[in-house]
Ligand binder design. Structure first.
Ligand code: AMP
Ligand code: ZN
Length: 114
């Protein structure tokens, strides 16, 4: 996707503060952090939303979870705890239409999700 900001980060056309990378997943610090730890994890493949995930993505979705565990360890929030969030479409608050997971931690997060 030529116009996708997260695809541009994958291609190195836009800089990002990388936290973790493998052949399927890239993780980088959010530019507008909502918590002391706020990392965005993306699939390197352009998938627009959670609703566009299909059975061909079983492996990459598992890889996304495994990468989230690694990021939690790198950022030292694994034991204390963190929140992993995927926003989907307009009412879900999705702004960037390239599948991504927010990993938030480093402070006590509120009980409510919205
Ligand atoms: P969402 O509302 O789930 O689509 O969240 C998109 C997130 O991407 C927001 O938290 C933005 O701050 C973050 N974001 C947008 N552009 C960049 C960028 N160039 N580098 C890092 N984070 C970004
Ligand atoms: Zn993309």
């Amino acid at each position: 996707m030529t116009d996708c900001i997260f695809c541009k980060i994958v291609k190195g056309e836009i800089p990002a503060s990388k936290v973790y990378e493998d052949d399927a997943i890239l993780a980088f610090d959010d530019i507008h952090p909502m918590a002391p730890v706020h990392v965005i994890l993306i699939t390197k493949e352009h998938i627009a939303t959670l609703m566009d995930v299909d059975k061909n993505h079983t492996d990459v979705m598992g890889r996304l979870i495994a990468a989230a565990q690694k990021v939690a360890q790198i950022k030292k929030v694994a034991a204390g705890g963190f929140r992993a969030v995927v926003n989907c479409n307009s009412d879900g608050g999705q702004v960037v239409f390239h599948l991504h997971m927010h990993l938030l931690g480093g402070r006590k997060l509120e009980d409510q999700l919205g």
